[in-house]
Write a protein that binds this ligand. Structure first.
Ligand code: SAM
Length: 317
């Protein structure tokens, strides 16, 4: 069999994006700008040839310069555009500052609180990832806190119009696994105003690891009356990525393409590159196998029974 890896014209340096024991994606890089351990997670900033600057945490690619706009516009704008007038927003996680950047583009925002556990990630973003945050950390509407997002929501008194959750891997043992449980989502609901909306990144929709996305969706249904799973293809991840929107009463499917475009033009500063009325229709219409997998899922993620493995059924030989 041909050994493609031995081809002479392949670049010498690679960044590995770990997916599972049987699938690792690799990106050719010009070099590594930063590598270190924060005490919470392993952090790498590298310059990929195809995707530009990349942030990698614990061996998993978080964001790449070329296409992070797809992920972050998909994460932030459907919720903010659906809300009648978002004024107070919280972002839980979101270290590189891109979710914050997108939130601040909404003219109605008076306060955006970003709560990330790891100051080292934000410091690293300030130093190496300016195209990602674009100065969002120093916007006068921003309040930046370094603490556990669950602890913050337990203590904060004033509710939010929108809460965006942009956390790392949800599996037991990682720093964010207790922020993917029924107990946590019930807490989030309590911290939202009556018309409040939650939007979160909900892991991969890859066929070989669907359990995480469907369990997160199922778990949200324990805490919220309306849950809307959606997905966007992120080229640097080489897969369709899962998101969820959860609300008390509002329904994103009630917004036609014209209304989404109207709200964007009235409320959002600058030009969006991914999200508009047509994209809105596309992302909330999932393919059949995903809709069926979501419908079939019965497992609810709880504090005492968190997600343990991404790949149930796999046994390493
Ligand atoms: N785009 C990402 C992805 O692909 O999954 C997630 C973005 S962001 C870099 C994830 C952030 O969540 C990190 O900066 C990490 O420090 C933060 N985080 C992890 N656990 C957390 C917790 N318990 N509370 C607040 N932030 C947390």
């Amino acid at each position: 069999m041909a050994n493609f890896l031995a081809k002479k014209d392949l670049p010498a340096k690679w960044l590995y994006d770990y997916f599972n024991p049987f699938e690792v994606h690799k990106h050719a890089i010009k070099g590594t700008l930063y590598q270190g351990h924060s005490g919470i997670q392993e952090m790498v900033v590298a310059e990929s040839i195809n995707f530009g600057r990349c942030l990698v945490l614990d061996n998993e690619l978080q964001s790449a310069e070329l296409d992070e706009f797809i992920y972050h516009e998909a994460l932030v704008h459907p919720a903010l555009v659906l809300h009648p007038e978002p004024v107070r927003v919280a972002i839980i996680g979101g270290g590189e500052g891109s979710a914050l950047r997108e939130v601040l583009r909404h003219k109605s925002i008076k306060k955006a609180v970003m709560v990330d556990l790891d100051k080292a990630v934000v410091d690293c973003a300030r130093e190496y990832l300016a195209p990602f945050h674009q100065g969002a950390f120093s916007d006068p509407r921003t309040e930046l806190l370094y603490q556990d997002g669950r602890r913050y929501l337990e203590e904060v008194k004033e509710p939010f119009d929108v809460i965006i959750i942009d956390l790392t891997c949800p599996l037991e043992g990682g720093p964010s696994y207790l922020l993917f449980t029924e107990e946590f989502y019930r807490l989030v609901r309590k911290r939202l105003t009556d018309q409040g909306i939650l939007a979160l990144q909900a892991d991969t929709t890859s066929l070989v690891a669907l359990n995480t996305y469907t369990t997160i969706t199922r778990t949200l249904k324990e805490a919220f009356p309306r849950v809307f799973p959606y997905a966007a293809f992120v080229p640097s991840y080489a897969m369709l990525w899962g998101f969820c929107l959860a609300a008390h009463g509002l329904d994103p499917r009630d917004l036609g393409p014209g209304e989404v475009d109207k709200r964007i033009s009235q409320r959002v500063q600058g030009e969006l590159r991914y999200y508009d009325g047509i994209t809105h229709q596309a992302i909330f219409n999932l393919p059949k196998y995903l809709r069926e997998a979501i419908k079939k899922q019965t497992t609810v993620n709880r504090d005492n029974s968190p997600l343990k493995e991404k790949y149930p059924g796999f046994k390493e030989k």
